[in-house]
Design a protein. Structure first.
Length: 119
C-alpha cells in the first residue's frame, strides 16, 4: 500500500474542483485544505495536490480504486465535465486481467488519472 502521493498543480482551485469531481463518487472526501495544498482520502489523507504556479505540463499516472462500475462511470462523467480530457472511456479492460473495468482521463495539468474496479 502507498502511504501517500502528491502532485504539483498550476491552479489549486481548478485542480481541486477536478479531483473533487472524480474522487467523491469513489467515496473519497477532502481531508485537509490549506493555502497551497488540498488532500483527499477515505478516512485519512492519501492523495495531495500542491500549488506550483511555474510547473509545466505534468507527467505521471495516478490510479484510484473504485468499488463499482457505476462509481467509475460517475467519476468519468463528472471528471470530464470539470476539465478532464478523456483518454479511455469507461469499459472492460481485459488487457489488465479478467474482470477489470476502468477509464482514464488527463487532469487539467496533464496527469493521467485512472479509475479502476478490479476483482
Amino acid at each position: 500500500m502507498i502511504h501517500y502521493v502528491c502532485v504539483k498543480v498550476s491552479d489549486l482551485e481548478r485542480a481541486g474542483r477536478f479531483y473533487d469531481s472524480i474522487l467523491n463518487p469513489l467515496g473519497w472526501r477532502r481531508q485537509e485544505e490549506g493555502a497551497t495544498t488540498i488532500s483527499w482520502g477515505l478516512q485519512y489523507a492519501h492523495f495531495f495536490i500542491t500549488l506550483d504556479e511555474v510547473t509545466g505540463p505534468g507527467y505521471g499516472i495516478v490510479s484510484f480504486p473504485a468499488k463499482s462500475i457505476p462509481a467509475v462511470r460517475a467519476a468519468f462523467e463528472s471528471g470530464t465535465a470539470k476539465g478532464g480530457r478523456p483518454e479511455a472511456e469507461p469499459g472492460a479492460a481485459p488487457a489488465f486481467g479478467s474482470g477489470n473495468y476502468c477509464c482514464r482521463m488527463y487532469d487539467p495539468d496533464d496527469y493521467l488519472v485512472e479509475l479502476v474496479v478490479a476483482p
